[in-house]
Ligand binder design. Sequence first.
Ligand code: ATP
Length: 242
Amino acid sequence: MLEVSAIKKRYGTKTVVDTVSFTVGTSECLGVIGPNGAGKTTLFNMLDGTARMDGGRILLDGQDISDAPQHARARQGLGRAYQVPRTFVGLSVYENVLAGVTHGPGLRGAAAAARTMEILETVGLDAKAALIAGGLPLMDRKRLELAKAMSVGTKVILLDEIAGGLTEGEVHALIEIVARLKQDHTILWIEHIAHALMAVADRIMVLHFGEKLIEGPPAEVMDSAIVHEIYLGIAVDDTADT
Ligand SMILES: Nc1ncnc2c1ncn2[C@@H]1O[C@H](COP(=O)(O)OP(=O)(O)OP(=O)(O)O)[C@@H](O)[C@H]1O
């Protein structure tokens, strides 16, 4: 569904994403981790068209979207949920999602209304459809952020550290929603909360100074010497003695 080949981004003389490639299929979740400044957000910005690429190619469902503007990528089914929810605070929960299904997949009338309610049910907000978004507690704002990403992202959803700031119980509820979304979407998830990624991701990719260091099954990647080294500062040679 998403095929990324050798994408690159430079700011001035600094290469912040360096020749990164990966593919993610439907009903798959690729977790993305890496220390601060590793290039994770810049990667997402290139995927959704917020940042221009300096090289490489992105195929979405077989179509080359490398030069497509952000709104065109949204129309082709790519949505994104942000760490700090970007809700329209003065609109209702329902109107926030309706705006997405209208502008993304371009639904109208009864079809748009039905899709909006279906999405709200998926994230557990159907009973709160009429409430004003700005008054929701944090977990419900996260649910709404996911709903907005779904409203546009009919095929691919980018999740940008959505579990931040939640209680342990809320993180579990979020994991369940993401697992539901995964059934019929392609998901990329940047997340610092490791157990959330371990629960849903099929593979994890590690970025460091813009380069992809490793990609593989979650347990294998999290136990790898390279991850221990970059997160805990334990040199690979040292671990051999312990
Ligand atoms: N608009 C910009 N102009 C110049 N440099 C930038 C810009 N955006 C990001 N960078 C630099 O690119 C590098 C990668 O940043 P990025 O935000 O993608 O990292 P990250 O892995 O998402 O980090 P974090 O986990 O802290 O969000 C950093 O060195 C950052 O300072």
